[in-house]
Design a protein. Sequence first.
Length: 252
Amino acid sequence: MPVETYFAYCEASRHYFERHGKPVAFYTDKHGIFRVNQPRPLGLSSGLTQFERAMQELDIQILCANTPQAKGRIERANQTLQDRLVKELRLRGISSPQAANEYLPEFWEDFNHRFADAPRSTHDAHRPLLKKEKLDLILSHQENRTLSKNLTVQYHKVIYQIQTQRPTYALRKAKVTVCENAQGGITILYNGRPLSYTVYHKQERHSEVVSSKSLDHKLKAPVRPADDHPWRKYDYHLNGKPIQGVKPRGTD
């Protein structure tokens, strides 16, 4: 994932569902994406995070580890992967996320061949996705709104005007759900069905608050080790040539 956000986890989950199906539960830490950590959260009428809400719609339980030791097994595996995988990428001269993702299936096969253990049970608890489970909508950012008398709704400083053939009084004060996907596309649902709309008014864009984790992604800044990073102390070569992006020892 280029950045640790709700949509990034949704994209990773989508790939998992399409490959394996729906698991019974996800075992996670207590990151704010997976659970509400504030005693009185603002803007969450249901008390669920967006990821919790999406998994609830898919009938997938979220289990949060109470202690770091509870996730020891996966953390030990991550430590092994962070050691072995980085070295394999370096030996192959891979320095981009796209190239690394293309190499991953080969690495998985070799890693599992060496270290995988046969499970005690061969039963697969994954469940197939149902036809009614539309991942494009379920894995969107959703917020509830109430239509005005003029059938308008405001979301993120944009006013949307609902277009309908039915009498306007039928939708006055109706409860709708505004769904925003990762690309910023908007779908407005009423009783689970999309409504046609036009953009009535868009306010001027003000300064945006960006978290430290997503700052590099927003600025499109390249990820490079600092000049005093420990990696700079070693000479990394592939086939006698320095690996791109790694500064050899003893150079300015």
